[in-house]
Design a protein around this ligand. Sequence first.
Ligand SMILES: Nc1ncnc2c1ncn2[C@@H]1O[C@H](COP(=O)(O)OP(=O)(O)O)[C@@H](O)[C@H]1O
Ligand SMILES: [Mg+2]
Length: 886
Amino acid sequence: MASTLAEFEVQWEIQKTDLKGNLIAETPRRRRRGDATEHEVINLVRYDGVRLYPGVTIVCKVEGADELSAYMIHEVRLNTSNYVELWCLNYLSWYEINAAERYKQLDGEFYETNKEKGDKFFEETFASQSIKNELYLTAELSEIYLRDLQFVANIKNEKEYLDSVNEGKMDSNMFLCRSACLPSGTNLADLDIHFFEEKIRSSNPKVSLEYLRDITLPKLPKPLNKSKVHAREKVVATKLQSDNTPSKKSFQQTVSKTNAEVQRIASTIVNEKEAISDNESDLSEYHESKEEFANASSSDSDEEFEDYQSAEELAIVEPAKKKVRSIKPDIPISPVKSQTPLQPSAVHSSPRKFFKNNIVRAKKAYTPFSKRYKNPKDIPDLNDIFQRHNNDLDIAALEERFRTVSAKGKMETIFSKVKKQLNSRNSKEEIVKAADFDNYLPARENEFASIYLSLYSAIEAGTSTSIYIAGTPGVGKTLTVREVVKDLMTSADQKELPRFQYIEINGLKIVKASDSYEVFWQKISGEKLTSGAAMESLEFYFNKVPATKKRPIVVLLDELDALVSKSQDVMYNFFNWATYSNAKLIVVAVANTLDLPERHLGNKISSRIGFTRIMFTGYTHEELRTIINLRLKYLNESSFYVDPETGSSYMISPDSSTIETDEEEKRKDFSNYKRLKLRINPDAIEIASRKIASVSGDVRRALKVVKRAVEYAENDYLKRLRYERLVNSKKDTSGNGTGNEELQSVEIKHITKALNESSTSPEQQFISGLSFSGKLFLYALINLIKKKQTDVQLGDIVEEMRLLIDVNGNNKYILELKRILFQNDSVDTKEQLRAVSWDYILLQLLDAGVVVRQYLKNERLSTIKLNISMEDAEQCLHEDEMLKTF
Ligand SMILES: Nc1ncnc2c1ncn2[C@@H]1O[C@H](COP(=O)(O)OP(=O)(O)O)[C@@H](O)[C@H]1O
Ligand SMILES: [Mg+2]
């Protein structure tokens, strides 16, 4: 079931480790401010064991574009208000590499001979040769939001990558990285990715960034004499090559495997025949070159790299020898080639011939689809050609493990259940009966059934249809559609239904409305075209391609409001394509309002299009309660190990008593940890449900509130734990790990706090999170304003605070504060104002825009003004336990 736990962003736990990855204990969990020191690495750990720290490569959604991008985490920062900032180095993909520059840099000869053909030529050549899941690291930094994280990538260096390809152990999280380059896609340089990952982790962020900048800096052509680095690389290269000198047979095998691989990853459309002929020519080159290589390596040279050198010289006739990446095959990129020692000679023997084939192939791929076929009869069967595994639900498939039901390998789908019972047309009731909604989609049975019915009959019959869904945010629209699709996909996987493709386009993620054509076409065909060409291709595809030659497409146009506000043509076109008799297109449009089509398309057109409309109403409090309970199923009543020092916790899975984390953590010693059970008071959930049902019926908000409440409860618990440790200062609290379980319960007070917070402004939240001294400062300021003082000067505030402390200073904590702020009781305020703590108090208020200051040389006389509403500020201050008593 959808991301039951993932919905709770809280699951990100902050841990600090030393450079070797060992946890560093730290006391106040919520007070961890500031960045890690030199010897610490900040780790973000998710409940399921995903661990982020510098050097890890992650794949994220890109805001505004409907695609994924890879980043290497460079620095994890904790800023003052305890928000996590994730700073990452950008990777480029193959299509962002400046192809002409690349060939110029790495294969001067090839570049010179083809120069006059222009950049386009190199782009096309590179498009057909590059490994599509190769990444190129740059020294450009971006900030990444955790919510955009999709998965952690498995980065391989060249050797590991080749090994995986050869062993057929490819998975979609796997990427190759062996080069760095400038953000412009130029100046490729060799990069030992694992070395760099280590460097990032173990050195100051500046150092690793400098290193990366340094190696990608434009370099002068290398002189002929071999530098140390160069030599080292060659030795490695020779090793790599001699290690796997393949027999002829295995080579043939690898060739065919690679071709399959290339076909899989290449987003070009390759004709079968061509691929075969390519294959053959590769093989003949292999035969030719084999002898040459034999000659080359028979020269009796002692030094390993001399050996390599001779092979290389034979291979690439390159006068200037300015190449840095000599190991890389210059036609690099089909993986096998770089692995076989024969590759360089192969290039030598007939470089032109090799390239010609590829040009043809590349050119074909870049003719817009709409212009490629003169006659519909010429259109090949696209079922096989547009073979995209990346249905948009694949990411969600990760979450599938939350959903159980697996009997003897085959899932019971709604389809199979309904079909078992009758042969006639199925009605909504039967679908509702067949599905077990309580376990994954409570309160949306009817909506589910309507959508399910429309989709499945269209897919089964190969027809087109459009469905229009309306409802306010957080009422489960997106979720319901996805659940329907998931079930239908399972049916398709089990051959109960024809295979179909599922595509999501989200209006909020699209910058220009016309980009949605680009995205849509790319998802269908794998081709990246301009939006104009993409639209033509789409029109051609839905209108002209015979229904038998393509599979059904289900497209979810989510957040349609956002799309429409940018342009109305897009909505019109999508609905219009779905009216073509051959289209096999099912449009599911989701919006906030029911009459969007009328308002934007006019009655006439929208009635011609005529779609099913489904209205999602807000949830009632009972429904909200059910949903929250379902969502919390894994959290409520679950047990954790909590580190009393840091507050880090590890969930203990309910069935076995093992820890749900990676291997490393399984070996962790939990004997010093406390065992803790989390319980959420049903009354607390009831209150949250009622309150939110009365406002909006928005589950998203309800879940957020509960999540915050859990955090508050956790805070309370940790406070108590620390207090207990203080009281029995003897260390006998440890060793309790195996002892009895403690209870951490989420109570009504936590929920109320969270509910209040969710209705307060960011400024108010900021104030509530201030240190006591910060609050006292504001309190003093407000006091003075109330006393009708017009220009409140900094000095006045200091005096007022002192007064307040004197009057109320009967508490140990306040006395301590006084000692820090007013050392020695001296009146030398000039010195005091310079003191760090004062600066800190003032600066954080200034930074957050809560107060403004008129700057004067004499700080004491500078005027301070409250920059937010006094009522707001007062309200928050009154909530403070200590200030309450003032
Ligand atoms: N009936 C439901 N059962 C379980 N979870 C739900 C239900 N409805 C909504 N949710 C959860 O609430 C959140 C918001 O739902 P979503 O479908 O994204 O809303 P919408 O698309 O209407 O804005 C999601 O986390 C979703 O999983
Ligand atoms: Mg939605």
